[in-house]
Write a protein that binds this ligand. Structure first.
Ligand SMILES: [Zn+2]
Length: 344
């Protein structure tokens, strides 16, 4: 089959022919119909999850959607012909956290699809059956690529941070794939989203997605603009950028009793927090890690019901994924991108 392959962490993928994957008894073989392209894939290809040479060569892509063509002998509940989407954390399904529907905290976590095992930048993909989640009808494969990460992750944020009516949530990195769906999800939960990003195209997309205000991060009066947009104060800040300056700005604009939700991380990145400030303002800082399998299913339901509209702005053939990577690196891709394998 044709696939995009990482031969060196940190270098661009290579389009080449590789052997078709074969499923083990507890795995399924999926014909990939589409795979999402976003900043997270670039971070993975860049080696942010460890850059282990023993994991090479590797087919990246964790937001895969497709049709099951073969199920291993031990697989129950999934049949050839089923439309599925990838749950991209490799979890055991048996530990206490998995059993409480906190799979991202799995005690036997084995890594991510697209890093620890091959992902969806290919014509075919083999996944453990536990990682192939049913896709509701009526959603196109390209639209569905946003569900497993870009819609499910915001759903978990809203539940984790108890976002609800009366909240004003400021989203840093709101014009990217996860951010643009975070805007919509904040509204689904009854709160007001304020978008923060760089450049007019992303700010415009954020407004279209439902942001009550969209503010350029580099504006000299940035904090004042946030205060004008949220006169009663920002109650939640959600950071998808993961840099010391965005985190510092997030702390600066939060009102008393504010909650800072941290999602994007890089090795070695730290930011200063004053314990005194935490106490005086009753500040809460929380991490939010991906989403449970149940939350991914709920995310799919919200898309099927039309409550969340997938924002996939650019779709290219699998062979041309490098073009999308390039636009992502230059900060030009609005929302998510997707690749589609050539028909065989
Ligand atoms: Zn587990």
């Amino acid at each position: 089959m044709w696939a995009q392959v990482v031969h060196q962490w940190g270098q661009e993928v290579v389009y080449e022919q590789v052997s078709d994957p074969v499923p083990k008894p507890d795995e399924v073989l999926i014909r990939v119909e589409a795979c999402g392209v976003g900043r997270t894939v670039l971070n993975y290809i860049g080696g942010q999850l460890g850059a282990r040479p023993e994991q090479l060569p590797r087919i990246p892509g964790h937001e895969a959607v497709g049709v099951v063509v073969q199920a291993g002998d031990a697989v129950r509940g999934i049949r050839p012909g089923d439309s599925v989407m990838a749950y991209f954390y490799l979890v055991c399904g048996d530990c206490d956290f998995c059993r409480q529907s906190h799979e991202p905290l799995c005690r036997n976590f084995a890594g991510n699809v697209g890093v620890a095992r091959d992902g969806g930048y290919a014509e075919y993909l083999v996944l453990p059956a536990v990682n192939a989640l049913p896709l509701p009808g009526g959603i196109s494969p390209v639209q569905a690529t946003v569900i497993p990460d870009a819609v499910a992750t915001p759903l978990h944020v809203c539940r984790r941070a108890s976002i609800g009516p009366g909240d004003v949530a400021v989203i840093f990195g709101a014009g990217g794939g996860v951010g643009i769906h975070m805007i919509q999800m904040v509204r689904v939960f009854g709160a007001d989203p304020i978008a923060v990003d760089l450049g007019e195209p992303k700010l415009q997309a954020a407004r279209s997605a439902g942001a009550v205000a969209a503010i350029d991060f580099t504006a000299p009066d940035f904090a004042d603009q946030v205060r004008r947009a949220a006169p009663r104060g920002a109650t939640v800040a959600i950071d998808f950028v993961g840099q010391p300056d965005t985190l510092a700005h997030a702390l600066e604009i939060l009102d008393r009793r504010g909650r800072l939700v941290v999602l994007t991380t890089f090795p070695g990145v730290m930011f200063p927090v004053s314990p005194r400030q935490m106490v005086l303002t009753e500040l809460t800082i929380m991490g939010s890690r991906y989403a449970s399998r149940w939350e991914v299913a709920q995310a799919a339901r919200l898309v099927a019901e039309g409550k969340i509209t997938p924002v996939v702005s650019e779709v290219v053939p699998l062979a041309e994924v490098g073009r999308l990577h390039d636009r992502l690196r230059r900060g030009l891709l609005v929302g998510r991108g997707a690749v589609v394998p050539a028909p065989r």
